[in-house]
Ligand binder design. Structure first.
Ligand SMILES: N[C@@H](CCC(=O)N[C@@H](CS)C(=O)NCC(=O)O)C(=O)O
Length: 215
């Protein structure tokens, strides 16, 4: 039986895991969680993830892991034919990837979420300060590409960090357009060529509809 992935396509970290699973050739059963109706705050879901966030991965034997970055690292360890998406032995390459995963979770994703949570739950419009914080994160990302000169976020190969950065930036494009950042724009255009990229497009459409209904 395919592992279950709790989440919705509108969510960037859920899409990151789905892109990763596609790269691995792995089927996941997507189980919808109705965030608008607070299904993620119900006891059944909190037992799986007390942090009440999607995505959550559940294996047939009951093993559960939450957080998209941890889930992708697990999927590579458990299901990949080789570990190029997240190398085990090469600790420098792994550290380079880890840095970008932490940058996504702690800065890039977090700064967009800081705008969206008040908007989605309380109708509070984005403040200039919050938008400037997000622009600052995009400036950092632009600088990372400038300094590395690489095609991917963590060197010359696709890694799990690309799935995080790609889904986050294309979603936050609704808040601050990435077209203003030439290196980020070129990076997205490169990754749009991934054969399974349509998953991101589908989720971005859903997110945009939601965002436009709130802004
Ligand atoms: N660092 C987490 C972030 C997950 C996250 O914040 N997901 C949002 C949806 S995009 C969520 O579930 N929000 C509900 C909540 O925080 O209560 C990850 O990468 O999985």
């Amino acid at each position: 039986m395919a592992p279950k992935l709790y989440g919705v396509l509108a969510s960037p970290p859920v899409r990151a895991v789905l892109l990763c699973a596609n790269e691995l050739g792995l089927d996941l059963e997507l189980i919808p969680v109705d965030l608008a109706n607070q299904e993620h705050l119900k006891e059944d879901f909190l037992k799986k993830n007390p942090q009440h966030t999607v995505p959550v991965l559940e294996e047939e034997d009951g093993f559960i892991v939450s957080d998209s970055h941890a889930i992708m690292a697990y999927l590579v360890g458990r299901y990949a034919k080789n570990d190029s998406l997240y190398p085990k032995e090469d600790c420098r390459q792994r550290a380079t990837i880890d840095h970008k995963l932490y940058f996504d979770t702690g800065i890039l994703f977090a700064r967009g979420l800081a705008i969206l949570k008040p908007l989605f739950y309380f109708g509070i419009k984005p403040s200039e300060d919050a938008l400037n914080n997000l622009k600052d994160a995009l400036n950092i990302l632009e600088k990372i590409f400038e300094l590395s000169g690489s095609d991917y976020i963590a060197g010359d190969n696709l890694s799990i960090a690309d799935f995080s950065i790609l889904t986050t930036v294309t979603t936050w494009n609704n808040l601050v357009p990435y077209a203003d950042y030439p290196r980020i724009k070129a990076y997205i255009e490169r990754l749009e060529k991934l054969p399974y990229y349509k998953i991101n497009v589908e989720g971005l459409d859903l997110f945009r509809q939601l965002y436009e209904s709130k802004i």
